[in-house]
Design a protein around this ligand. Sequence first.
Ligand SMILES: C[S@@+](CC[C@H](N)C(=O)[O-])C[C@H]1O[C@@H](n2cnc3c(N)ncnc32)[C@H](O)[C@@H]1O
Length: 229
Amino acid sequence: MASQKPLKSLLGSKNLKGQKKKKNEAQRFYDQIADVQPFMQKIMGYRSSLAKYLRALKLELDESAIALDAGCGTGLATFALYSAGYCPKVMFTLDISFNSLRVAREDFHKDKHTKRNKIEPVQGNLLHLPFADESLDFIITCGALEYVPLDEGLGELARVLKPKSKMILIPVLPSPVSAVLEVIYKFKAYSTKQIQETASRYFYKVEKREFPVTEPIGWSKVLFIVEKR
Ligand SMILES: C[S@@+](CC[C@H](N)C(=O)[O-])C[C@H]1O[C@@H](n2cnc3c(N)ncnc32)[C@H](O)[C@@H]1O
């Protein structure tokens, strides 16, 4: 599973410099709310809820893995992975919002599960990931693909993932609640059918898992485990 490549060779030339200077809508929005996001997620119990579920999944994510949290925001999925006991060699946390990355970085340095680990925040676009083809061992992405065209987003994530490696996809579950969130957070939830059909173009074993109804994360999200072709 381990990549023997030096980290520098994993990072390709694509980054925000080559793209439009103007902030996109999601970037502007998440830059504005970055400081309140961790507080809201703690109140809602999302982090501990997701950690509990990820622990139960017994993921193949060992200490030699190069991992990515794509559209990490203020770090929810990364915090959940580390507090569930996973500890990859490197975790890249990528987001388009600089302020979200700043808040995440400050919190990674304080949290007992993350502070001693190698976590590398990267400002970038999900649609132009700054990683070489087939360079990553594991990806998690939670609530971020809703901001990009699904086929392009999944295709780009598949490009950087090694064959047979796994991705945990945690999209928003379409529901009356998500319809309200769509307006507030300015995203578009995809149906389970759309996700399964689109993911099947790049991944096999697109397994859908429901969160237990008692878990707050399950009130708005669903989970898929997919494996790269
Ligand atoms: C609903 S938040 C989810 C954040 C985090 N994964 C979580 O579960 O709390 C969506 C995140 O996607 C990011 N995002 C939106 N479009 C993006 C893009 N094209 N590239 C990278 N990140 C993007 C936003 O900045 C925001 O942080």
